[in-house]
Structures are given as structure tokens and as C-alpha cells.
Design a protein around this ligand. Structure first.
Ligand code: 13P
Ligand code: SF4
Length: 336
């Protein structure tokens, strides 16, 4: 009988978790399930006892995304849903800035991040001092920060945005130019969608910067009727070669609504597995760039976090108040 860290795969667990495996079977071989099922079962039971919810980003591994998550989505959806939940404990299956955002929106709740080392190359590319220096260099120019930033950086800026609402946020400011940080490729994409002048920072996502336009053209040469959908953190030549550009949630919506025959999702590779499990009629071509930070979150450390109620996300209250304002201003911008 396989045993996942002291949690055995018993016939009762096999029966209780069978509906979850049914959703996953297209993307997970049956031999793997006995290693995940006992942890899935233990997490789902403990979640109820703790009055906890698990918010999971679209890049989580399928056993987390389909097995234990209560709320899934892109950064914008997770920020909105974090603001709405009445659970006492919020476990963020995502990276550290996402857990900080959940804590900003729910200061009185216990917010857990199963691995505090789950960072983000974009969030690490800019400091609060960098923002203060930019303000001296560009006096009076509003600063828009992608949510992929620390709470300390959010506290220094005027408003946040995500890849799902960046253009609306920039245009809501009604100014001729904005500083847009930290992702230079998202900044370049937004500049193609608005007349507002975009002054970028130099950050990059270590996962999306690796895709190239040549790679996309090579895939098109190898596969007929290929629909290419790309995340706006990709370099401009990749976006030029794509049929559709959008946040992770917009990618999911596009595939669910359009049902292309064959699709290439130019983003972190767990996304394709998570969506493929839900749309069996679409064939997925998978380039595989993993986000090493997202992959630090596992069923085992989610279970430990629920057992110990650690590691908790804590943010200094004054800093949190300033950072929260930037997130709330973003949430108040009407979607188009
Ligand atoms: P989304 O907001 O589109 O989910 O993107 C978050 C992210 O980290 C992408 O790399
Ligand atoms: Fe950060 Fe890129 Fe990982 Fe998203 S995929 S969390 S932007 S490093």
C-alpha cells in the first residue's frame, strides 16, 4: 500500500477521493494517484476542522488545483476573493506576494504560506527605495505597480494592477504618462493597448522571458491548426506571434469559450494540465517552463501548514495600511 508521509492509501481513502481523481485522470497516470490521495483526503478533512480556505493560483500542480483548492484563479481573482472570504484561516497556494495580498485584504485572519521561500523574480527586482528614487526622477508622475511586488513596494505606489486589468488601471488615472513597474514586458504590452505614455522598470519574469518568437513559429510549423495564447509577461516577439494575449484567467476563459482544436499556452506549464483536465475535447501542446517558486508549494507543506498554523504572513500595520490603499484603488477600477 503506498504511504504518503505516514498517510496510507486505504480502500476507504480510495473511495472517498475517487471523484477527485475522476477530474484529474486526463493529466495524471493512475499509478501516481495513491501517493497524492491520502494527503488530499487529510487536507480536506483538516480544512473543515480549521474553518480554512485554500486559495490556489492557476500555476499550482493539478493535485493541488483540482484536489484541495476552494478558490482558484489569477492574481486579480485571488485578491478579490481574499477580500470576500469569511474563513478564519486562509492558506495561499501561490507565491509570497499573493499571500501578502491576502493578508492585506484580511488583516484579522490567519494567512498561511506553506513555503516562505516561494518568491518571484519580478517582486525581487524592485525595492521601496527604487520607487522613492523614481519619484524624485519623475516628479508628479503616478506610479502603477503590478501586484507581483512586495507589500513594502505596494506601500510606496499610487495604485496596483494585475495582468488582467493593467490597461484599465492605467487609463483610470487619466494622465498623459505613468511609471509602470516592475515588469518591462507587461509594460511594453500595455503601451501597445493605450495612448498613455508608459515609463517601464527593468524587471522580468524568469519563466516567461525564456519564450521566444522563433520557438512559437517552430511550434506552428510542427502542429496544424494551432491556436497560440500567451501571457503578457512574455517578450514582445512572442506576443506578436500569438493569437490571443491575456492573464492566466483570461487564457482559461478563452480556451473554455472558443474550444480551439489544438492550443499552445505560452505560460507556466501546470496551467495546461489544469485546463486540460476540464476541456477534454481540446488538445494541448506543452512547452514546459516551470516556475520554481510556485512549485515550492506541495500537498505535504499545505498539510503541515494546516496542522501547525505556520508559517504565517505578518505585515507591519502602518505599512499594511498604505499597501492596502494601493490594492483597494485597483479593486475599485471598473472592469471593461
Ligand atoms: P496572473 O495574474 O495572470 O495569474 O499572473 C500571475 C503570475 O505570476 C504570472 O506569472
Ligand atoms: Fe513570478 Fe514569473 Fe513565477 Fe509568476 S511565473 S510567480 S511572475 S517568477
Amino acid at each position: 500500500m503506498p504511504d504518503a508521509g505516514g498517510h496510507a492509501y486505504t480502500p476507504a481513502i480510495a473511495e472517498a477521493t475517487a471523484p477527485v481523481y475522476e477530474r484529474l485522470k486526463r493529466v495524471m497516470p493512475a499509478v501516481e494517484w495513491p501517493f497524492h490521495a491520502p494527503l488530499v483526503h487529510a487536507i480536506n478533512r483538516l480544512k473543515e476542522q480549521r474553518n480554512a480556505v485554500i486559495l490556489a493560483h492557476n500555476y499550482m500542480a493539478p493535485e493541488i488545483f483540482h484536489g484541495v483548492a476552494d478558490i482558484v484563479g489569477d492574481s486579480l481573482a485571488l485578491a478579490r476573493r481574499a477580500a470576500e472570504t469569511d474563513a478564519g484561516v486562509i492558506v495561499v497556494a501561490g507565491v509570497h506576494f499573493m499571500a501578502e495580498t491576502a493578508k492585506l485584504m484580511n488583516p484579522s485572519r490567519t494567512v498561511l504560506i506553506p513555503d516562505t521561500g516561494a518568491g518571484c523574480s519580478l517582486a525581487e527586482s524592485i525595492t521601496p527605495q527604487d520607487v522613492r528614487d523614481l519619484r524624485l526622477r519623475y516628479p508628479g508622475v503616478p506610479v502603477v505597480a503590478y501586484v507581483n511586488t512586495s507589500a513594502a513596494v505596494k506601500a510606496e505606489v499610487d495604485i496596483c494592477c494585475t495582468s488582467g486589468n493593467a490597461v484599465e488601471v492605467v487609463e483610470s488615472l487619466n494622465v498623459p504618462r505613468v511609471l509602470f513597474l516592475p515588469d518591462r514586458f507587461l509594460a511594453a504590452y500595455v503601451a501597445t493597448q493605450t495612448k498613455t505614455e508608459i515609463i517601464p522598470w527593468s524587471g522580468r519574469c524568469e519563466v516567461h522571458e525564456r519564450f521566444t518568437g522563433d520557438e512559437i513559429r517552430e511550434f506552428r510549423g510542427r502542429f496544424d491548426e494551432l491556436t497560440v495564447i500567451a501571457h503578457p509577461e512574455c517578450p514582445p516577439d512572442v506576443l506578436d506571434a500569438a493569437d490571443f494575449v491575456g492573464s492566466t484567467a483570461r487564457m482559461v476563459d478563452y480556451v473554455t469559450a472558443e474550444r480551439p482544436r489544438r492550443v499552445l499556452m505560452v505560460t507556466e506549464c501546470s496551467m495546461s494540465d489544469n485546463v486540460a483536465a476540464a476541456v477534454p475535447d481540446v488538445e494541448f501542446v506543452r512547452p514546459c517552463n516551470l516556475c520554481p517558486h510556485m512549485k515550492k508549494i506541495t500537498l505535504a507543506n499545505i498539510l503541515t501548514a494546516l496542522e501547525t498554523l505556520e508559517p504565517r504572513v505578518e505585515i507591519d500595520p502602518d505599512l499594511a495600511a498604505a499597501a492596502r490603499r494601493s490594492v483597494e484603488r485597483m479593486l475599485a477600477v471598473k472592469p471593461r
